[in-house]
Ligand binder design. Sequence first.
Ligand SMILES: [Fe+2]
Length: 176
Amino acid sequence: MTIKIDTLVTELIEASEVSPDITIECFKSYTFDFKSIEKYGSWLPKDYTRNLIHRTNKFELILLCWDGNANTLPHDHNGHFCAMHIIAGKLTERIIPGKGNCRVPGKNHTYNEGDFSLIDHSDRIHSICNLSEERAVSLHLYMPPIDVCSIYQDNGQKLKTKKLSYTTKRNYKNYE
Ligand SMILES: [Fe+2]
């Protein structure tokens, strides 16, 4: 079912007062086309952008816009929930060796438009890659919001701690 993003935000706020599981179910049950959320996006050449749609102390909803061949560095989610919808294009998850993996390290998993993926409280280390020349767009729900994560080498060795920031938050009105 497709709804407006504002409606999703309202429902996520209500669900997040109940439980993380209910919030994930709410997020999972809707689909979005890029046209309906295009205004939240922004683009950088050969890179990805993090565009804040909404944030409370329980969750943050972010639109990621991936230019062709844009990749993240290997990272963890600091033990937070993360759910991802692929809005447009294809994204590939590469699992890095580490203690929290639920998939085989070194293997790639490709998500197509419309696919949903959940990372629960594991310490999974991964990188997300747009292996195509085409742009991709994904909608991410983090619970609670993630302000800091760790960056790793390809062999799973920790490199540094990284403070996360938003490329844009132009449609966001209540950021503290
Ligand atoms: Fe991630």
